[in-house]
Design a protein around this ligand. Structure first.
Ligand SMILES: [Zn+2]
Ligand SMILES: [Zn+2]
Length: 357
């Protein structure tokens, strides 16, 4: 039995390295999964630049498929060698937030809530950009993958698809609604797919990169607006006959996209925010109908846990969605530092990178 594995370790700002570290062992209610496919998230890039704090020595990564290698005491109904999808957010299933239905807000066994607390892998504990990963609260988080599905077909459900789809779910998009999605990065593209899935009658995609707009059209947008070539707010108002959209989705995390989202929603409409903001947001009376517009602003952190993953895999299995076009590049785990460079600099039309072990 091997005891040493490769892992991508954060050593400080812009200091990522593949190190050899011990393979984790499963404790109570934990499992160790042998990773077969993982990927890099925009959040990992923020961590690598020290824009989101994690401890030095932390193994990064929070999206993975693999096979169960070790099952700890208290985890029932799984087998060694079984293929599983691991959610980015790993709720405990028993705290105040989990039992109130807000899985992503899980505080675990701590009374104190911290923002993004349900996100543990590659954040508060070691992550999955490694040959093996320790899965906490394994009973609530190991999601068996149907045999008919490949690793590549399901890996993006762990984070970006779950997050992207949640924007329209949280906003309560109704059949025929008009939805504008601001930014078409990996999460925005999933938000575009999600709007279509929820039955939107018109999906307007906004971005400043032509290749991403082209991908948005391929994945279900009806209209693609190039942010730098036009006044997108005016164009959206024109398309909607001056009324505005039913739902605007913010998928970038900047004050500009947030404010534009607010500007284009109709009275009674909803701004559904997926971004993580590090700057102040401004709400101007003119963009907010002076507070008289019956508008709603909602935000969502990636829904996680086993049931969410199982539900999303059903959409793939029955061919409602295909996320594989988003995996534009492939690297082996040994070359993951190169993959970070490519991904963080958005070179070569990269959307998501498949990292194999
Ligand atoms: Zn992520
Ligand atoms: Zn919990």
């Amino acid at each position: 039995m091997p005891t040493i594995m490769r892992a991508l370790v954060f050593h400080g700002p812009d200091q990522l390295a593949i190190d050899e570290v011990p393979i984790p062992r499963a404790g109570v209610n934990q499992a160790v999964v042998k990773v077969s496919l993982t990927t890099i998230c925009g959040t990992d890039v923020h961590i690598s630049r020290e824009e989101w704090p994690v401890s030095k020595g932390r193994i990064l990564g929070h999206e993975a498929v693999g096979t169960i290698h070790e099952i700890g005491p208290g985890v029932e109904g799984f087998e060694i060698g079984q293929r599983v999808l691991i959610p980015a957010i790993t709720p405990c299933g028993s705290c105040f937030y989990c039992l109130s239905g807000q899985w992503a807000q899980c505080s675990g066994h701590h009374d104190k809530w911290v923002p993004g607390g349900g996100w543990r892998l590659g954040n508060s504990i070691n992550g999955c950009q490694a040959d093996y990963v320790l899965v906490p609260y394994a009973q609530a988080n190991l999601a068996p993958v149907p045999k008919s599905l490949s690793d590549r077909q399901v890996v993006l459900l762990a984070d970006i698809a779950s997050t992207g789809f949640s924007a329209s779910e949280k906003a309560g998009v109704s059949l025929g609604d008009t939805v504008a999605v601001f930014a078409q990065g990996p999460i925005g593209l999933c938000a575009t797919i999600g709007a279509r899935l929820k039955g939107a009658g018109l999906v307007i995609a906004v971005d400043s990169i032509h290749a991403r707009l082209k991908m948005a059209l391929r994945l279900g947008a009806d209209v693609a607006l190039h942010f730098e070539s036009m006044d997108v707010v005016a164009e959206i108002m024109r398309i909607t006959g001056g009324r505005g959209v039913d739902v605007a989705i913010e998928a970038l995390g900047t004050s500009g996209t947030f404010e534009n989202g607010l500007k284009v929603i109709r009275p009674g409409g909803t701004l559904s925010s997926l971004g993580i903001y590090s700057h102040d947001l401004t709400i101007r009376p003119s963009d907010y109908d002076g507070g008289l517009g019956d508008q709603t602003i909602v935000n969502t952190l990636c829904p996680g846990g086993r049931q969410r993953m199982t539900t999303l895999m059903r959409l793939v299995e029955n061919r409602r969605i295909d996320l594989t076009p988003l995996l534009t590049h492939e690297f082996n785990l040994s070359q993951i530092v190169e993959a970070y460079d490519l991904f963080s600099e958005q070179r070569d039309g990269v959307l998501k990178v498949a990292i194999t072990t």
